[in-house]
Design a protein around this ligand. Structure first.
Ligand code: URA
Ligand code: CA
Length: 443
C-alpha cells in the first residue's frame, strides 16, 4: 500500500503505534522537504501528546540517522568513543576529558556543537583559541585521530538532515519537551557520527533540558536503549546542573579553566565529573575493566602532564596557537573586569542556572541569532557554590565584559539568579545515577 502522510498523522492522533515503514517515510520526507511543514508540525504535536513506544523511538532515530551521511570511523584502530552532554552552563568537560581519554589509548573522534540557548558549545570555546580550525574534511579528521588519538570538529553539514528539519519546527510549535523527540534527536546525530562507544552526560536541575531527576533518568534510559539496540556500547551518567559545573562561564574563560584543570591547578566538581565521564569512556573503549582502574589511569595521565600535552598536540594539529596551554593570558581578554558583591549575608541556597547561562549570552558569550558574532572574552567567574557562606559586600563573582553597561546588566542578573538564605544548605550531589540499558544505579 502506498504510504500517505495524512493517514500517518491520523494514526498517531488516535494514539496508535507507527510502523518502521511509516516512520522512515516521514523522516525521509522531512529531510527532502517533500512533506509540508504544517503536516510535520501536526505529527510532532501528536507525538508530543501521545508518545512513542520503545520500538517507534528506535525506528525514528535510525530513520533520522540514515536520512544523511553515516560517518564510518572503522579505519581508526581501537574503539572510537564519544561523550555527549545534553547541555550545560560552565560545563567544559570535553576539553578536559578528550585529551585525557586519548592519552590513555582510547581514540576520541568527536563532533561537537555550538552554544544553544542558555548552554555553551565546545566549538565556540575552541574557536576562542587563535587560529583553531573546526572544519576538517572527513579524511583529515580520521587521519588526525589515527595519528594523535583525538580530534574535535564541527558536525558535517549532511548529518541527520531529518533532525534538522524537525528541530527547526519543534522550536516554534512547543514540541521540544517530548522525551521520544529529544532522545531520537540527540541519538540520531550520535549514531550518524560513527562512535562505537557513547557516554551520555544527561543533566538535571535548574539549568537542564529536563529539570526533575525522574524525567532526566527517563531520558537517559531512553537514549541508552536506542544506542544499545543500534549495537553501540552505551552508558549515561545523570549529573547535576543546579549550578554551573565549573566556576568559569564564557568561552575563553572556560578554556582557561580547562587548561588550569589539566595543569593540576584546579580541582573540584568540574574535574570530578570529567573523571567520572572519562572513566566510562575508558570502559567503553575497552582499555579498563573497572571504573576505579579507569579513574586511576586518567589521574595518572593528569598528574604526569600527558593530558595537557595531548591538548597541546590537538591544538597544533588543528592550526591553533598552542602557547595558550602554558600562558592563558594569550586568550582573548575583556576590557571591563570587576566584582559582583553579595547584597546580603547567608548561605548560597540555589541558583537559576538557566538565567546564569542567559546572562552570559546577553553580554555576548552566545548568539541570539545564528549570524551573531560571539565575543570570546566575556563571561563571569563564580566565587561561591551552593552551600557556601557569603557575607554582605563579599565577592560573589567577577564579571568580564566589553563595556560598563553590560557589566551593570550582568551584575543585576547574577544577584537575582543566585539565591542567598539565612539557613545553612548542603552542597549539591554531582552524580545522581548511572544508567545502562536495563539497569539503573541511583547514587
Ligand atoms: N539537543 C538536541 O540535539 N535535540 C533535542 O531535541 C534537544 C537537545
Ligand atoms: Ca575500529
Amino acid at each position: 500500500m502506498k504510504l500517505n502522510i495524512i493517514s500517518i498523522i491520523e494514526k498517531k492522533k488516535l494514539g496508535q503505534a507507527l510502523t518502521a515503514e511509516e516512520i522512515t517515510f516521514f523522516a525521509n520526507g522531512a529531510a527532502k522537504h517533500t512533506i509540508k511543514d504544517y503536516q510535520i508540525a501536526a505529527l510532532l504535536m501528536a507525538i508530543r501528546l501521545n508518545g512513542m513506544t520503545r520500538e517507534e523511538t528506535v525506528n525514528l532515530t535510525l530513520a533520522m540517522a540514515n536520512s544523511g551521511e553515516m560517518v564510518d570511523l572503522s579505519p581508526i584502530p581501537g574503539i572510537p568513543t564519544d561523550k555527549h552532554s545534553t547541555g550545560g552552563v560552565g560545563d567544559t568537560t570535553t576539553l578536559i576529558l578528550a585529551p585525557l581519554v586519548a592519552a590513555c589509548g582510547v581514540p576520541v573522534a568527536k563532533m561537537s556543537g555550538r552554544g544553544l540557548g542558555h548552554t555553551g558549545g565546545t566549538l565556540d570555546k575552541l574557536e576562542s583559541i587563535a587560529g583553531f580550525r573546526i572544519n576538517l574534511s572527513m579524511a583529515d579528521f580520521i587521519s588526525q585521530v589515527k595519528r594523535i588519538g583525538v580530534a574535535v570538529i564541527g558536525q558535517s553539514e549532511n548529518l541527520a538532515p531529518a533532525d534538522k528539519a524537525l528541530y527547526a519546527l519543534r522550536d516554534v510549535t512547543s514540541t521540544v519537551d517530548s522525551l521520544p523527540l529529544i532522545a531520537s534527536s540527540i541519538m540520531s546525530k550520535k549514531l550518524a557520527s560513527g562512535a562505537q562507544g557513547i557516554v551520555l552526560d544527561v543533566k538535571t536541575g535548574s539549568g537542564a533540558i529536563m529539570r526533575s531527576l525522574e524525567d532526566s533518568i527517563g531520558l537517559a534510559q531512553a537514549m541508552v536503549r536506542i544506542g544499545t539496540d543500534a549495537g553501540r556500547r552505551m552508558v549515561a551518567l545523570v549529573t547535576d546542573m543546579g549550578e554551573p559545573l565549573g566556576s568559569h562561564v564564557g568561552n575563553a574563560l572556560e578554556v582557561k579553566e580547562a587548561i588550569d584543570v589539566l595543569h593540576g591547578r584546579v580541582t573540584g566538581p568540574l574535574l570530578h565529573v570529567s573523571l567520572a565521564l572519562g572513566s566510562y569512556m575508558l570502559l567503553a573503549g575497552g582499555v579498563a575493566q573497572t571504573p576505579e582502574q579507569a579513574e586511576a589511569m586518567l589521574r595518572d595521565a593528569l598528574t604526569s602532564g600527558r593530558g595537557l600535552a595531548k591538548l597541546r598536540e590537538m591544538i597544533v594539529e588543528q592550526g591553533g596557537d598552542a602557547r595558550v596551554c602554558d600562558d592563558v593570558t594569550l586568550l582573548p581578554q575583556a576590557a571591563f573586569i570587576g566584582e559582583i558583591t553579595a547584597l546580603s549575608t547567608g548561605y548560597i541556597h540555589s541558583m537559576d542556572t538557566t538565567a546564569l547561562g542567559n546572562a552570559a549570552q546577553h553580554i555576548g558569550a552566545g548568539r541570539r541569532e545564528k549570524t551573531d558574532r560571539i565575543d570570546y572574552s566575556v563571561g563571569f567567574v563564580l566565587h561561591k557554590r551552593i552551600g557556601d557562606y557569603v557575607q554582605e559586600g563579599e565577592a560573589l563573582a567577577t564579571f568580564h565584559c566589553k563595556n560598563e553597561s553590560d557589566a551593570s546588566d550582568v551584575t543585576q542578573i547574577l544577584r537575582e539568579a543566585i539565591h542567598i538564605s539565612p539557613e545553612q544548605t548542603q552542597p549539591l550531589k554531582l552524580i545522581h545515577a548511572i544508567v545502562e540499558a536495563e539497569h539503573i544505579v541511583r547514587l
